[in-house]
Design a protein around this ligand. Structure first.
Ligand SMILES: *Cc1c(COP(=O)(O)O)cnc(C)c1O
Length: 381
């Protein structure tokens, strides 16, 4: 039995997908975002579940991720959210994926490469309505769509934009983004088949005009993009992170703990040393802030978190012994530590907590068909 367990509950991923599908409404397609190794949950196992549940599209970040999916014989179409540079056009055409598009240079290069390969490349024109990251400015979007549609070898399959503050129910920037996007849609001579704007926050906050597709990531993995979202309690976290108490000792008052001696016991205390640290994705910022569940009770993490070790004060929890399970993320007994709690204490967002833990530990898949309940020891590092 390994000391560290990053459990990925595939049955919950499937259930969360069904909830998103329901929230999106009848006839609306669901693009499942599996970028960044499915937010740390493992892209291939997650994609297997999501394809089986009927995801209409996979959203990946770049061509490398698209190729990885392609190597596993999925039939679900793929959208490359980042788009491509002009010099990547030949490999992009070859990938067979749909591509975000927002520069004339990329459009022309893709057109040329598609004609040369005797293929049609599907593109989704990305409109920047206020996110300020990727996309053609809203004021130029109509002309850009017209130019793109006229290029040989390209098919404008989609038109999309991305919200900047979708986790808030009613934000002026969101309304502005919707207006700009609606205007582009209005001006287009031909509406592309797949128009999409909402991410998880957009779906659950019921933002945006009724469109053809939603793009959802964080909700699939059981986290809410923000507080107070409708039906939030029905979504269940997919990731659970635990370890086993390695060593228990009693210390006198005045004992210091870990590098920098940032914790000193105020009384006779019982400390449990856990074999997890920042090398396992446990943010060092949680030092003297985070908590861990042991025997169903919360114990504070005391002293600085080390590379592979962290200490918990278990004075108030009777009977803690080496080998006891210690949960850093997820449920134990009647209590639960959620990713957003960790994020708040670590000064980050839960997306980063999931990516960090997923990237740093082998994953143990449960709740799926027997052939998918495999460890992936290769996933570490
Ligand atoms: C990551 C991403 C999403 C998913 O957002 P969530 O908040 O995780 O639902 C949707 N659209 C784009 C363009 C993205 O980059």
């Amino acid at each position: 039995m390994t000391d560290i367990r990053l459990e990925i509950r595939l049955d919950r991923l499937a259930e969360n997908f069904r909830l998103i599908r329901e929230a999106a409404g009848p006839g609306v397609r669901v693009l499942a975002v599996v970028k960044a190794d499915a937010y740390g949950h493992g892209m291939i196992p997650a994609a297997r579940v999501l394809e089986r549940e009927g995801a209409d599209f996979f959203g990946v970040f770049d061509l490398d991720e698209a190729r990885l999916l392609r190597g596993h014989e999925f039939t679900t179409p793929i959208l490359v959210l980042k788009g491509v540079r002009p010099d990547q056009a030949p490999e992009a055409v070859e990938s067979g994926a749909s591509l975000a598009l927002f520069t004339s240079e990329a459009a022309r290069a893709l057109s040329r490469a598609s004609v040369e390969a005797g293929m049609t490349t599907r593109v989704h024109v990305k409109v920047d309505t206020g996110m300020g990251r990727l996309g053609v400015p809203a004021s130029e979007a109509t002309a850009f769509c017209r130019e793109t549609a006229a290029l040989p070898g390209l098919a404008v399959e989609g038109l999309f934009s991305h919200f900047s503050v979708s986790e808030e129910a009613d934000h002026p920037l969101t309304r502005r983004q919707e207006e700009l996007f609606a205007r582009v849609l209005d001006e287009l001579p031909v509406r592309p088949p797949l128009v999409h704007v909402s991410n998880t926050g957009g779906v659950l906050n019921r933002l945006s005009l009724p469109l053809d597709m939603v793009r959802t990531g964080i909700g699939l993995y059981g986290c809410m993009p923000g507080p107070g979202l409708a039906g939030a309690e029905r979504f269940l976290p997919v990731m659970r992170f635990s370890t086993r108490v390695h060593f228990v000792k009693t210390v006198p008052p005045g004992a210091t703990v870990s590098y920098g001696a940032t914790f000193t016991s105020s009384k006779k205390s019982v400390l449990a040393t856990l074999p997890v640290g920042y090398a396992n994705g446990l943010f060092r910022r949680l030092s003297n802030r985070g908590e861990v569940l042991i025997r169903g009770c919360r114990a504070p993490l005391v002293g600085n978190i080390c590379m592979n070790l962290a200490m918990a004060d278990v004075t108030e929890i009777p009977g803690v012994t080496a080998g006891d399970e210690a949960v850093l993320l997820g449920e134990q007994g009647g209590d639960e530590i959620r990713a957003d709690e960790l994020a708040q204490k670590a000064g980050t967002i839960h997306y980063e907590i999931l990516c960090s833990l997923g990237r740093s530990n082998p994953r143990d898949y449960t709740g799926g068909p027997p052939d998918e309940e495999t460890n992936d020891p290769a996933a570490g590092g």
